[in-house]
Design a protein. Structure first.
Length: 261
């Protein structure tokens, strides 16, 4: 039976009777909170965060908790809530990342097993390059109900900042994880596709990506966004610069993307 299997996997957490009750009523919420502007939090995100007594917030190795600062700026009442700041390694070691996701999911399960609904907040949208998606999958495997709360993506927010349509009529959109595409040698091929191209995850290959955009002539129709909706936001139309312009390289924020239209 499902309950027996779950209890055997989590013997240190609960009995069969406790598991039956907890699994019926406790929920793990993965909540997308948008790219940075607190006004882009959805009503669902606000309602979910307000009702959950436990909130998990990712933080960087430096201790920065961008997601937590956003919900605080949105003036969500966090009084009497348990706030768990969980460190997220910024590397590509799949084994280390998997170990970290498992650790966080187990922490979430421990709170859920005590009868406490738990939310994990994440920048942007849960379904889009999100750590919350990885954690929620493991929590679900432990037998808990999982609910995703959609959030505004950085792509949508960036396009809105300059009032540019991402897709018109039957136009295609290509979303390119730039670091991987550059490393694999497929970036130029991806950029040659029809329609709108969006370059994301370019922190490691930032300078190379900018160089390629100028080499291919795509810089004329490219806009660079950094820290959209956050402190230090920059929006630069590459057509106004050259490949040697120092302004393009003054900041190489992790929160960078390029829309090629």
């Amino acid at each position: 039976m499902l309950i027996e299997r779950i209890v055997s996997q989590n013997a240190s957490l609960w009995t069969t009777e406790q598991a039956f009750y907890i699994i019926l009523v406790m929920t793990f919420y993965a909540v997308g909170i948008g790219p940075g502007n607190p006004e882009l939090l959805t009503l669902e995100a606000v309602r979910t965060i307000e009702k959950c007594p436990v909130i998990f917030c990712p933080k960087t190795k430096s201790g920065a908790t961008v997601a937590l600062s956003i919900i605080k700026e949105a003036r969500i009442n966090l009084d009497r809530k348990t706030i768990i700041e969980c460190e997220m390694p910024m590397n590509r070691d799949s084994a280390l990342l998997a170990q970290n996701y498992e650790k966080i999911a187990l922490q979430c399960a421990q709170y859920l097993s005590k009868g406490l609904d738990t939310a994990f907040i994440t920048l942007g949208d849960v379904s889009f390059y999100s750590t919350a998606e990885r954690v929620s999958k493991i929590v679900a495997e432990k037998g808990f109900d999982v609910v995703w709360c959609a959030g505004v993506t950085s792509i949508s927010a960036s396009a809105a900042r300059i009032a540019i349509p991402l897709a018109e009529r039957d136009e295609e959109i290509t979303i390119i994880p730039a670091d991987s595409a550059f490393k694999n040698g497929t970036l130029k091929e991806a950029l040659a596709r029809k329609g709108t191209k969006v370059l994301m995850k370019l922190s490691r290959s930032y300078q190379d990506v900018i160089k390629i955009l100028f080499e291919t002539g795509l810089s004329k129709t490219s806009t660079l966004f950094q820290n959209c909706g956050l402190e230090g936001e920059r929006i630069l139309s590459l057509g106004n610069y050259t490949a040697e312009s120092k302004e393009l390289f003054e900041s190489e924020s992790y929160f960078s993307l390029v829309i090629v239209k």
